[in-house]
Structures are given as structure tokens and as C-alpha cells.
Unconditional design. Structure first.
Lengths: 450, 113
């Protein structure tokens, strides 16, 4: 009897024990899968949120460029900013993404993954990565619109925006960020794209503005530079705030991982550099011209942001302040140099902010990079010698040359075929009426005097 | 003394200003105006709907001059504004009864200066 009961009790105990053991083993197994799932979820969500923030920078660019130009060209500027994103997205889907991140050929170009064919399922990382890279490509494209404002033929601009997003930006981007790209292999550091994004846009912008020539009335008969004031400075300032906000996606998002806790450090360096850039630009303008000029101060904030973009992960917060300070002064000097010495008409200062400060920021990595931050490379000031600095300079020069030659080719073809510039009459009347048949401020009296 | 009122195309204002300065005429008042003469309106499109704009944007220039400056002023305005197209504008010349400079109380030709 007792034995029977014992057996009776033993059986369930055994079964329970086995179940407990089995479920324990199962739990350990699923814990690992859970963590892996969680990690990819966190990464996907973080990079997507960052991509959404970078997308919002399109709004920032649109407002900055509209505010810094005249009322009669507002519709045209907004259309350019909206449509370069749209055409750019499609071009990046069909061609650009593959050239940038496809399987490498000779370190120069990617060759696979056209039309997102690399994405094997709907949960593929490629979708997240594509969106993040697409908004970056659009940023490079839209930089150019400001420098070419108020005089470019709209249809011509659309063709340009397809070409930069499909070929120009992705190829130099592959050198820097593509697996096997020759600059990536050489150890070139451009964390979030001072060179890959901003200076590419900036150098193409320089070529565009140069080939278009100055707006009518920009230079007097004696060659002196004249003011063509922007029509809405509060709008431009709002645009700068939006860009600054978007940059918190641009730089910290470039970790491509929400598990990488350096995102906070990157956000801090980004912010400090922008603040320092605005302060130094303001002080420099104040000393030089006697008044703290708002538009230059705003350009200074953008200069600080562009300047820190390459090194945001690799430098200390104090170095970020120094980089921003230098960028702020550099942008003011560059705006003056391009306007008064080169006599190239860049209405919003896009070349100074993006090309000049982007190049400076990339070179600054070779000076200020510090062990213990980011990938751990060391710059000249922190015991790394000249090696990193030389690599940085090499990258800046190579990408600059590529962007400028590419820009010249694109704009020369456009000039010979569609025509790059609108007629003088249309330019004076305003591109809104002539290109788009509508006004930005219907019902308001806008002085159409110059 | 005459008061010269000219209505011109807005986009010709820089040219007119330049021609006036060349003729050594530097005093003027400029206002935005809406109006139409013989020129027909132009069309705008808004969200696919065509809108006939009847009143056109014009710029109104007022210049008070002494008699010896009437001809140079008219010539300069015509030189700057003329394109030989309908819509180039019109110039009115009015007799001016008096002119007073508020700061000094000067009157007549002296006040026009």
C-alpha cells in the first residue's frame, strides 16, 4: 500500500521535475532569442527615429533658403526643396543605394542591390538602413538648391537632383562608407558625413553658383558686392532651429545602433559645437562689422553642426567646442571671400557652411580625435602623429575633386541642353510667376522692385 | 514747377532709377500700385484653376521738379521704362502750385532744390 502510494507520488514528481527542467532549458534558449530580437528592435526603432529627424531637415533647408531669398522666388525654392527629395528618393531606390552599399568593385563603386533587391524579407535591416541613407542623400542634394537660388531653371534643377542622388553622391559615399570603399579601407574617418554628405553638396553648389553667374543686380558696375536682402529672417531662423533639431538624428543616428550608448556623447558634442559656432560667428561679426548680425550667427550655428559631423563620435566635448568655434569664424570669413573676392553669388552661404566647414570638420578629426572616444583613432593633438591627418586630407581632396568635376559635367550638359538659367526678364519678374504661375503671398503687396 | 507722376512696370524700376540718377535726379517717391490701361491682364493658375488677373502690379513714381528739369526727367523715365510693348506705362505732368520744405519753411523752387 505504502509502496503504491509512493509510486503514485513519485510519478508526478518526476514528470514535474522533467517539465521544470525542460522549460528551464527552453527559457535559456528563448532568452537569447529574446535579447537578439530586442536588440534588432531597438536598433531599428532608433535608426528609424533618427531617419525621421533627418527627413525633417528638408523642412529646415526649405525655410532657411526661402527666408534668405526674395519673396518673388518663394514658391520656386519650396518646389525645389520638395521635389529634390521626391526625385532623389526614387533615384536612390533604383540606382543610388546599390552604387553606395552594394558589393564592392575595386574600392570605387557598389554593384549589387538595385531596387532594394538585397532585402530578403519585410523585416530586413535593409529597409531601415535604406531610409536612413536616403534622407542623407536628399540632404546632400538639397544643399545645392540654396546656392543656385533665384535664377535656376526649374526643369534643369529636377534633372540635376536625379543625377546627384543616383550617381554623384552614392559613388563618393561608397568610397567613404561602403564596405571595401578605398577611403574606408584607408582608415578615413567621417562619422556622420561632413565630407560624404555636406562637402559633396557644398562643392556641387559652388560649381552650380559659378556656372550660373550672379543674380541680376548682385554686383555693381565697378564689381562691388551689393546686398540682396532675404525677405523673411524669422522664417530663416526657424529653419536653422529645425536643422539643429534634425542634426540630433543626423549625428547620433549614424551609430546605426540604439544599443551603442555613445549616442548621448554624440548628441552632446553635436550640441556644443553648434552652440560654440553660433557664439564665435556672432562675436566675430560683431567685432568686424559693429553689429551682431542674425543671419551670420545662424550660419555660424550651422557651421558648427557641419564641422562636428565628421568627428562627433571621436572627439571630446571640449574639442567639440573648439571645432565649433573655429567653424563659426571660418564661415564668416568664407562668406566674405566667396562674395567679395571670388564674386560667386551664393544667396544663402551654402558653400561656406557645407563645403568649407565640412572639409574643415573632416580634417579636424585628424587633429582632435582622441583615444577612448568612438573608434579610438588618435589625432595630431592627442599623440596620433600625422598619419590620421594625412588620411583625412587625402579624403577631403579626393571627394572635393570628384564632386566638383561631377558638378561641372552635370551643369555643362544641362546648360547645353535644357538651359541652366532663366531669362533676365523672368528673373526680374520672379520665378514664382514665370516658372510656376503663382505667388507665394497672394493678397499681400510685395514690392517687386528689384 | 511741375509734378511728374509716372506709372511703370515694377520690374523696370531699377532701370528707371538708374536713368534718373544718370540725369542727376535723385529725389523721388515710389509706391506700389495696382491698375490697368490698354494692357490686358495675365493669367495665374492656382491648384489647376486658371485665374484671370485684371489689375496689374505697377509702380508709381512721383517727382517734383523745377521747369528746367522737366525734359531731362521725362527722358530718363522713358529711357528706363520703354520696351516698346503694351504695358510700358504712362507719364502725367501736372502744374505744381507750391512746395514747402518742412524743416526750413522754404517755399517754391528753393524747396524743390
Amino acid at each position: 500500500m505504502f509502496n503504491k502510494i509512493k509510486k503514485f507520488l513519485l510519478m508526478p514528481a518526476l514528470i514535474v521535475g522533467m517539465l521544470v527542467f525542460a522549460s528551464y532549458a527552453h527559457a535559456e534558449d528563448s532568452l537569447a532569442t529574446n535579447i537578439a530580437d530586442m536588440t534588432s528592435s531597438i536598433n531599428t526603432i532608433w535608426v528609424l527615429v533618427a531617419a525621421f529627424l533627418v527627413f525633417f531637415m528638408q523642412a529646415g533647408f526649405a525655410l532657411v533658403e526661402t527666408g534668405f531669398t526674395r519673396a518673388k522666388n518663394s514658391v520656386n525654392i519650396i518646389m525645389k526643396n520638395a521635389m529634390d527629395f521626391c526625385f532623389g528618393s526614387i533615384a536612390f531606390y533604383f540606382i543610388g543605394y546599390a552604387l553606395m552599399f552594394g558589393a564592392d568593385k575595386a574600392g570605387l563603386i557598389g554593384t549589387t542591390g538595385f531596387m532594394l533587391s538585397a532585402a530578403e524579407s519585410t523585416s530586413s535591416w535593409h529597409y531601415t538602413f535604406w531610409l536612413f541613407q536616403c534622407v542623407f542623400a536628399a540632404t546632400a542634394a538639397t544643399i545645392v538648391s540654396g546656392a543656385m537660388a533665384e535664377r535656376t531653371r526649374f526643369s534643369s534643377y529636377l534633372v540635376y537632383s536625379v543625377l546627384i542622388s543616383a550617381f554623384l553622391y552614392p559613388i563618393s559615399g561608397h568610397w567613404i562608407w561602403g564596405t571595401g570603399g578605398w577611403l574606408a579601407t584607408a582608415g578615413f574617418v567621417d562619422f556622420a558625413g561632413s565630407t560624404a554628405v555636406h562637402s559633396v553638396g557644398g562643392w556641387v553648389a559652388l560649381m552650380g553658383a559659378m556656372m550660373l553667374g550672379p543674380r541680376i543686380g548682385k554686383y555693381g558696375k565697378d564689381g562691388s558686392s551689393r546686398v540682396i536682402a532675404g525677405h523673411n529672417i524669422p522664417m530663416a531662423a526657424l529653419g536653422v532651429f529645425i536643422l539643429w533639431f534634425g542634426w540630433f538624428g543626423f549625428n547620433p543616428g549614424s551609430t546605426l545602433s540604439g544599443m551603442d550608448l555613445s549616442i548621448a556623447h554624440i548628441a552632446v558634442t553635436t550640441n556644443l559645437s553648434a552652440a560654440a559656432g553660433a557664439i564665435s560667428a556672432m562675436c566675430f561679426v560683431w567685432l568686424k562689422f559693429g553689429k551682431p548680425d542674425l543671419s551670420m550667427t545662424m550660419n555660424g550655428a550651422l557651421a558648427g553642426l557641419v564641422g562636428i559631423t565628421a568627428g562627433c563620435a571621436n572627439v571630446s566635448p571640449l574639442s567639440a567646442i573648439i571645432i565649433g568655434t573655429i567653424a563659426g569664424i571660418l564661415v564668416v570669413m568664407s562668406v566674405e571671400f566667396i562674395d567679395k573676392t571670388l564674386k560667386i553669388d551664393d544667396p544663402v552661404g551654402a558653400v561656406s557652411v557645407h563645403a568649407v566647414c565640412g572639409s574643415f570638420g573632416t580634417i579636424a578629426v585628424g587633429l582632435f580625435a582622441q583615444e577612448g572616444y568612438g573608434s579610438g583613432v588618435k589625432g595630431l593633438f592627442f599623440g596620433g602623429g600625422l598619419t590620421q591627418l594625412i588620411t583625412q586630407i587625402k579624403g577631403v581632396v579626393a571627394v572635393g575633386a570628384w564632386a566638383m568635376v561631377g558638378g561641372i559635367i552635370i551643369f555643362t550638359i544641362l546648360k547645353k541642353t535644357i538651359g541652366l538659367r532663366v531669362s533676365a526678364e523672368e528673373e526680374i519678374k520672379g520665378l514664382d510667376i514665370e516658372e510656376h504661375g503663382m505667388e507665394a503671398y497672394a493678397g499681400f503687396q510685395v514690392f517687386m522692385t528689384e | 514747377m511741375k509734378l511728374i507722376i509716372a506709372l511703370i512696370q515694377p520690374h523696370k524700376l531699377p532701370d528707371v532709377k538708374e536713368a534718373l540718377l544718370e540725369a542727376n535726379i535723385g529725389k523721388m517717391t515710389i509706391t506700389n500700385a495696382l491698375g490697368c490701361g490698354q494692357q490686358q491682364g495675365y493669367t495665374e493658375t492656382y491648384r489647376g484653376v486658371i485665374e484671370e488677373v485684371h489689375l496689374l502690379k505697377k509702380v508709381r513714381i512721383e517727382i517734383a521738379v523745377n521747369d528746367d528739369y522737366v525734359k531731362p526727367t521725362l527722358d530718363a523715365i522713358i529711357k528706363g521704362a520703354r520696351t516698346d510693348n503694351i504695358g510700358d506705362g504712362k507719364i502725367f505732368v501736372l502744374d505744381l502750385v507750391d512746395c514747402i520744405r518742412i524743416r526750413t519753411g522754404e517755399t517754391g523752387s528753393d524747396a524743390i532744390g
